[in-house]
Ligand binder design. Structure first.
Ligand code: ADP
Ligand code: MG
Length: 354
């Protein structure tokens, strides 16, 4: 019989309990991490980055998992299963991209309640297969189990990189340029649009969704892409980021991760933050501050990375990479300079699932 540390086996049921919400997702992971020691000689990096890094000679193997649960990460009222399958793969590939790796394989684990038919599972796998074809990866296994609480989909992705290519979160340097790919806040606004249409539909099922002219944001929410295109382009340009992370929880949260892990400060310029015009307009229609949506809206799956200033010339003309700020010494803190020239400290809100 295993004995729980510091007490009885069923300690968690009988003694004082701390709510997970007190720690939050990041606090909980920190707690888990603090009690785990790596003992295998090939484990180079464990908990704390976008993927684990495992020694394989000249190369490393990258491993990452992401789980999506019904009612928390997706709502099947407006999420077609084919999109869900695609997205579940893309978000995992995004974590491999964030390590500057190339994905190779995935495993897919499903929890299914009896609401789901064979045809529904087939539609989900259509999306998974499309993503596999698109990212040139193989589905090599998984697990299937029943669930009492709807659909759970957990994917593990395996990727590869040369040791010298791997990009961690903790290796940015002061005066490095902070860059993002693509544009931000689209997925968050897409979610607001879909939620609004769901409410309208529930009030009156005869109403048709009003999503005309909003397809970009809806696509950003329902069918995000991992930025493997940028990973390949950076290689062609001969640029290795000094640090990298993907933007799953909103820009603020990810900038804070880079700064905390690299023990640095940073300054971000609001007027440099990339947002699509449709997204900007839709944010205003919702009475949302576009800057807040960029900083705290999640699920864009763009890449946030730092480069040496010497590499700037190589990226200057890249249409999909924007320099948004500068890494600073730690005592400078982490600030946003607004269009009006005011500066305010950045706070990471991220997503609160608990
Ligand atoms: P990402 O947003 O890039 O997927 P997460 O914030 O989910 O990253 O996870 C951060 C780190 O914590 C990763 O290294 C991940 O593997 C690790 N992690 C998350 N949950 C657990 C867990 N339950 N047990 C062990 N490690 C975990
Ligand atoms: Mg990540």
């Amino acid at each position: 019989m295993l004995q729980a540390e510091e007490g009885k086996f069923y300690k968690h049921m009988t003694e004082k309990r701390t709510e997970i919400s007190e720690l939050g997702e990041f606090g909980l992971i920190e707690n888990i991490k603090s009690k785990v020691k790596l003992i295998h000689p090939r484990s180079i990096y464990g908990i704390g980055d976008d993927a684990a890094v495992i020694d394989n000679g000249e190369e490393v193997i990258l491993v990452t998992s992401d789980m999506l649960t019904e009612g928390v990460h997706f709502d099947l009222a407006y999420t077609p299963l084919i999109h869900l399958g695609y997205k579940a793969v893309a978000v995992n590939v995004s974590d491999i991209a964030a390590m500057n790796g190339i994905p190779g394989q995935i495993t897919v684990s499903l929890g299914l309640s009896n609401r789901f038919s064979v045809e529904a599972v087939e539609e989900l796998y259509q999306g998974i297969r499309l993503a596999c074809a698109n990212y040139k990866i193989d589905l090599v296994g998984g697990d299937t189990t029943s669930s009492r609480a709807g659909l759970i989909i957990s994917i593990t992705a395996i990727g590869y990189a040369k040791k010298t290519e791997v990009c961690y979160r903790n290796t940015a340097k002061a005066n490095d340029l902070l860059c993002v790919t693509g544009d931000l806040a689209g997925a968050y606004i897409g979610l607001q649009l879909l939620e609004r249409e769901k409410q309208v539909y529930m009030a009156n099922p005869a109403m048709q969704p009003e999503l005309e002219g909003k397809d970009y944001m809806v696509q950003r929410q329902l069918k995000p892409e991992a930025r493997m295109d940028v990973i390949y382009e950076l290689r062609e340009l001969g640029v290795t980021p000094t640090a990298m992370i993907d933007i799953s929880d909103g820009l603020a949260s990810e900038v804070m991760h880079l700064c905390k892990n690299s023990n640095l400060g940073a300054v971000i310029m609001e007027d440099k933050l990339p947002i699509d015009e449709q997204t900007y307009e839709a944010a205003r229609e919702f009475n949302l501050e576009p800057l807040t949506c960029i900083l705290n809206g999640g699920e864009d799956y763009e890449l946030l990375f730092t480069i040496k200033q010497d590499d700037f010339a190589k990226l200057r003309n890249h249409p999909d990479i924007t320099v948004i700020g500068l890494m600073k010494e730690p005592d400078a803190g982490v600030h946003v300079v607004t269009k009006a020239g005011n500066s305010f400290p950045l706070k990471a809100q991220g997503w609160v699932h608990f």
